[in-house]
Ligand binder design. Structure first.
Ligand code: AMP
Length: 442
């Protein structure tokens, strides 16, 4: 049997790969206007980074990690040995932890420095059960701003995300923006205790996972997909009733800036997001047309303690507040296609050079190089096809012009140019071909 792509991992064929690139360009163009600059971090990080950063009790870390192992380490394991913690690698399930690790490692926000605004795009890996909108390798674009705790960062970040969705092709009515505050280390522990007590009072009805979550991190019970647990959690205490004065003020500032910018949102006190590092603002953008599973297009929030968690050295006191979000490419693309959007053909060739003889082929080979040097996308036949099938190929490629080089044309130092739309042919002096195309508008 031939080898196929791994379960839950898709190929992006050329048309889609070009669209993914376009998706990134749209995002980076918008984010760049807000001062974000690109960063690339490794696809694999030490497992410890995700355990510490994202949280051991999260589904992402406890159930969905793809761990990478070298042959050497595999042999050690098979031989009954142990691999030291710093040699354990995992494929990144999300982008924030790696970016924050890079900021800390390279000291990108030294004391007193302005915040650093970073954007990224790339594949993420989660060993989930694949289904529509849920893959084991999926792609995200994201931003992280480190070094500022002001509500303006959160508000402009959310506005920037909303702008991206619109520019991508969504209407405002296509998505809903849910927002919440997760409080801080001052107010969250008391809230966590309330949720714990609430969970204990419904212990018998909770699923086994939630019984576990109740012990490790009761707020994770809000993420449960089990219908009974969801119903129970609908009446759980609201975090917004437990926020301290500062968190309340921060939250209200974000909301008032969104109001001023006419961004519609819904406050949702059950929104806790699946990762442990969030504090204060959290938000999610969901498809209005889809309920429940896989309806989130993107989301993020504030994570003021993550850098200190990753740092864990003598500088840990000098904290770096952060805010970021990630948007899933596949879910956006699938939703846009359901809306009637179609992905364009990636082929961008403008000219095909068809030739009748071997001499003409050598000539054509040089001519396509000249065309390319003049920024005109061009190609020729590489399979010794007949002139007729070269024309068919040109048609399939969708080029707008075909240059025809035959014996006659070679002798007279001329080339024939056929306009494929107008079905007209023009004879052009060989030395003027580049000029001819440069003057054409398409
Ligand atoms: P998260 O990091 O879980 O907040 O995810 C951010 C966005 O990435 C989600 O809103 C989805 O659009 C997308 N996403 C997350 N997990 C997957 C997955 N397994 N397959 C496809 N897209 C995903």
């Amino acid at each position: 049997m031939s080898i196929t792509a791994p379960k839950g991992m898709r190929d992006m064929l050329p048309d889609e790969a070009a669209y993914w690139r376009n998706f990134q360009n749209i995002a980076f163009d918008i984010f760049g206007k807000y001062g974000y600059v690109p960063i690339e971090v490794p696809i694999a990080e030490r497992t410890e980074l995700f355990v510490r950063g994202i949280g051991e009790a999260t589904d992402v870390v406890s159930k969905e990690m793809f761990n990478a192992i070298s042959d050497e380490n595999l042999n050690t394991l098979l031989g009954g040995g142990n691999i030291s913690a710093n040699k354990r690698l995992s494929l990144r399930p999300e982008g924030t932890a790696g970016v924050v690790r890079a900021v800390v490692q390279h000291d990108l926000v030294p004391q007193g420095a302005p915040p650093v605004k970073l954007m990224y795009a790339g594949p993420m890996f989660r060993a989930e059960q694949p289904q529509e909108g849920r893959y084991r390798q999926f792609h995200q674009i994201g931003v992280e701003c480190l070094g500022a705790s002001a509500a303006t960062i959160d508000a402009e970040g959310i506005m920037m995300a909303a702008r991206f969705f619109k520019e991508l092709g969504f209407d405002e009515s296509d998505f809903v923006l849910l927002i919440n505050s997760m409080g801080c280390d001052n107010c969250r522990p008391a809230y966590r205790d309330k949720v714990y007590e609430y969970g204990m009072s419904h212990l018998d009805d909770l699923c086994d996972n939630c019984k576990q979550r109740l012990k490790s991190n009761p707020l994770r019970m809000f993420d449960c997909k089990n219908d009974t647990c969801r119903k129970i959690m609908q009446d759980a205490p609201c975090i917004t009733d437990s926020l301290c004065g500062e968190c309340n003020q921060h939250y209200n500032s974000v909301l008032s800036m969104l109001n001023n910018a006419s961004i519609s949102y819904t406050c949702d006190s059950s929104l806790v997001r699946g990762l442990d590092y969030y504090g204060r603002t959290v938000f999610e953008v969901q498809l209005a047309s889809k309920d429940g599973a896989q309806n989130a297009l993107g989301g993020g929030g504030r994570y003021d303690k993550l850098a200190a968690e990753i740092r864990q050295d003598d500088k840990a006191q000098a904290n770096i507040p952060g805010f970021g979000f990630a948007i899933g490419y596949e879910r956006c693309k699938e939703a846009l296609i359901k809306k009637g959007f179609s992905i364009q053909n990636a082929q961008k060739l403008r000219v095909f050079v068809a030739c009748a003889t071997t001499d003409a082929r050598n000539y054509a080979f040089n001519l396509v190089q000249q065309l390319r040097d003049a920024n005109i996308a061009a190609d020729l036949d590489h399979q010794d096809r007949s002139l007729k099938s070269q024309f068919k190929m040109a048609g399939r490629l969708g080029v707008s012009q075909v240059i025809i080089i035959g014996t006659d044309e070679l002798e007279k130092n001329l080339v024939k140019i056929r306009d494929m739309q107008l079905h007209e042919e023009t004879l052009v002096d060989a030395s003027s071909v580049i000029k001819y195309f440069s003057q054409l508008t398409c």
